[in-house]
Design a protein around this ligand. Structure first.
Ligand SMILES: NC(=O)c1ccc[n+]([C@@H]2O[C@H](COP(=O)([O-])OP(=O)(O)OC[C@H]3O[C@@H](n4cnc5c(N)ncnc54)[C@H](O)[C@@H]3O)[C@@H](O)[C@H]2O)c1
Length: 355
């Protein structure tokens, strides 16, 4: 297979897990050895087919360094689970705009290098897919990088909760340019939202009438800090909407991120509470905690979404990829129940579904 040429926007924890993942699975060739992956091969593409050709950041500790070193530079604090050789990709300074909120400014020193010409750098590197991994509050910066991706003829994958794939104006622009667009807000492999939706479906399918439920979490990555300041409400609305679609009736539902706990580092603790009535109107309660590490939780889904986007490019499909977005993102242009999203995705991969 040909390589999938990737440009990274933001060399934070998620970027680190993605690069480590492409190394970790490099030598693995049998499905039974591919622990932690949904698909070792997807449409013929293997994780080692990802080639990181370009990367942008603004942090003084990352700009100018080889990507293999920048990805482990503070404030990145996710787990190291793979050695990464020199990648010969120097991290470039991107335009700052609203990349840093007030809280992030306390821990990130912006590089004094001048901002690079993003369109030109994308073209020079021959990048095919731009992956947006900026902090969730970086709305203007995300939109600017999406514009550069368009100008450079690249597909765009938006892992952030910023509305891009869900915005008909952007969908139209990418469609007119003959380029795929996927997003918004990546769904974790073992994510609190997916788990919450699954639990609610299981209980309601079994005749439980749920009256109230919440899902709240705390984390210690810089993304949790940015969420605390800038995007708590947006994330809460998105997650709550996503969970609401699971129940065939109205219930009191709250789902969102709550706080930043620095000593957790890149770990995340998610708390679930469900209350309802079952046989004979007898009450039942579920009280549960899920413990994960944030960035590796994005790795498997990102690998699938990237390879599916490349498959779309190979087939000449453009505009918002509805099936890929519904499978891999929490706030896609078309939200589907999890099992239906899975079916649409498999149909897309096998060529039965166009987008
Ligand atoms: N499991 C997950 O980690 C997960 C799941 C779903 C969505 N996401 C989303 O992915 C995004 C990235 O998450 P993360 O944990 O890697 O965040 P992070 O804070 O670790 O990384 C963000 C990076 O962007 C850089 N940056 C800030 N402004 C910039 C600019 N203008 N140009 C270039 N770089 C800039 C920062 O310096 C930092 O290196 C977030 O929006 C998050 O909501 C992550």
């Amino acid at each position: 297979m040909t390589k999938i040429k990737i440009a990274l926007v933001g060399v934070g924890n998620c970027a680190s897990a993605l690069i480590q993942g492409s190394q970790f699975y490099k030598e693995i060739d049998k499905n039974e050895d591919a622990l932690g992956l949904r698909h070792l091969y997807l449409g013929g593409y293997h994780p080692s087919d990802l080639e990181f050709v370009c990367a942008f950041d603004i942090d003084d500790r990352k700009v100018g360094r080889d990507l293999s070193k920048a990805m482990f530079s503070p404030p990145n604090n996710t787990l190291k689970f793979a050695d990464v050789p020199r990648l010969n990709v120097q991290v470039l300074k991107g335009p700052v705009l609203d990349g840093l909120g007030a809280y992030l400014k306390e821990i990130v020193k912006v590089s004094s290098s001048s901002a690079s010409d993003v369109t030109q750098e994308l073209q020079n590197s021959k990048a095919e897919i731009v992956i947006n991994l900026l902090p969730s509050g970086a709305t203007k910066a995300s939109q600017l990088y999406a514009q550069h991706a368009l100008q450079a003829g690249c597909a765009f994958l938006n892992a952030t909760p910023i509305l891009i794939a869900g915005d008909p104006a952007w969908t139209k622009r990418f469609g007119n340019a003959g380029l795929p667009l996927v997003g918004d807000d990546l769904m974790d492999q073992v994510g609190a939202t997916a788990l919450h939706r699954t639990l609610l479906k299981l209980l309601s399918d079994r005749g439980v009438k749920i009256s109230e439920t919440y899902q709240l979490d705390v984390g210690g990555g810089t993304e949790s800090l940015d969420t605390l300041e800038r995007t708590r409400d947006v994330k809460r609305t998105m997650k709550t909407k996503s969970v609401e679609t699971t129940l065939p009736y109205k219930a009191s539902i709250v789902a969102g991120s709550t706080d930043y706990v620095d000593f957790l580092e890149n770990r995340r603790d998610s708390f679930f509470w469900i209350q309802g009535l079952y046989f004979g109107r007898v009450p039942m309660r579920l009280d549960m905690r899920l413990g994960t590490v944030d960035a590796p939780n994005a790795g498997s889904v990102l690998l699938d979404a990237i390879r599916a986007t490349k498959i779309a490019m190979d087939r000449g499909a453009s505009g918002a990829l509805l099936s890929v977005s519904a499978y891999a993102f929490k706030h896609p242009p078309r939200l589907l129940p999890l099992d239906e999203a899975e079916r649409w995705f498999q149909e897309f991969i096998s060529g039965k579904r166009e987008r």
